[in-house]
Design a protein around this ligand. Sequence first.
Ligand code: GLY
Length: 370
Amino acid sequence: MTETLRVELGDRAYDIRIGAGLIGKAGAEIAPLLARARVAVVSDENVAALHLDSLKAGLNAAGIEMVSLILPAGESTKAWPQFERTVEWLLAQKIERRDVVVAFGGGVIGDLVGFAASVLRRGVRFVQIPTSLLAQVDSSVGGKTGINAPQGKNLIGAFHQPALVLADTAVLGTLTQRDFLAGYGEVIKYGMLGDLGFFEWLEINGPALAAGDMALRAEAVRRSCQAKADIVARDETEQGDRALLNLGHTFCHALEAATDYSDRLLHGEGVAIGCALAFEVSSRLGLCSQEDPSRVRAHLRAMGTKVDLSDIEGDLPDADTLIDLMGQDKKVMDGQINYIMARGIGQAFVTSDVDANVVKTVLKEALASR
Ligand code: GLY
C-alpha cells in the first residue's frame, strides 16, 4: 500500500509517497511532472549497484528514458569537486529548465543533487528517491540542500524544495544494521522533540522495527515524514519552529567534526548521542526531570545504537575544543549558540539561555566516562 502525505507550501507544495515497491513504479509516479520523457538520475556507487536497474526498469515501463551519473559513496562526495562535476554533467546532458533531475540515494546524494538542481539554469525541479532510512525520514523532505565546506557541514547550500519524494520502504531491507540504526536516530528525534506518543510507540515497537518488520518500518517513516512536513509547512526557512528539528545536532556536528566526518561516527549516530546529551543538559538545568535523560538513553541502548561518547572509537578532543566546534554551527547568532533543550520528552524548545558551564560539565563527565 502506498500512502501520500502533502507538504503544504503553496505553489511549492509536493507529495511524499511512502510504500514498498515505489522504485519499480517510479515512471508512473514521475511522468505527470515531465515535459518530455527523459530524466537525469544522479546516484552513488553503492545504491546504483543495488537499485539502479530497478529504477531504470520502473522509468522505462512508463516510456521514460534515463541518463545517469554515479558518484563515489560517502560524505566526502558532498563537496565542491563532485558538485562541480554534477552540475557540468547535467549541462552536458542538456537538462533544461522544464526537465526533472532525480536524486537517487541517501542524504549525501539528496543534498548535493538538490543543490545542483537549485543552481542549474537558476533552478530546475528535482525528485528525491531516498534510499536510506535517514534520507527517507529527514533529509529528502523540506528542501534543505547543500554541500560541506572545510569550515563545517552544510555551510554552502540553498532551500530548494523537491517536486516529489518517493520513499520506497522495501529498500530499507538492503541497509546494513548500522546504517538502519543510524537513521533511527532521526526517527526517535521526532518523538523526543514533539510527540511523546510516538516516542512511547517506538519504545514498544522499535526492536521489532529494527529486526525488519516492514509494516512497522513504513509506519515509522510515515509518522516521521508527517512530523517533518508539518514543521516545514509552518517554518520553511527556519525562522522559528524548524530549528526544533536540530535537536541533538549542535553536539552531533561538533562530534562529526571531531571525528573528521569519518565512519567512526555516522550522522544519525551523532544525532542519537547528541539528543542524549541535550536531555542531560536539560535535566541539569532543571528544565526536565532526571528520569527523562535516563529514559532516552535506556531506549537508545535497547535499540543497540550509539548512546554515549564512550561508544565512539578512538580519541576525542577535550570539552573546550568540542564547545569551540559547536560554535561553528549554523544556528550561532551574534556569537551565541542556540540550543534545542527539552522540558520533557516531546517538549523541545529553542533557547540561547544555556549556562555554558553546565554544557562543559556534562561534556567533561561524558568524556571522563570513556
Ligand atoms: N534536518 C533538519 C531540517 O531539515 O530542518
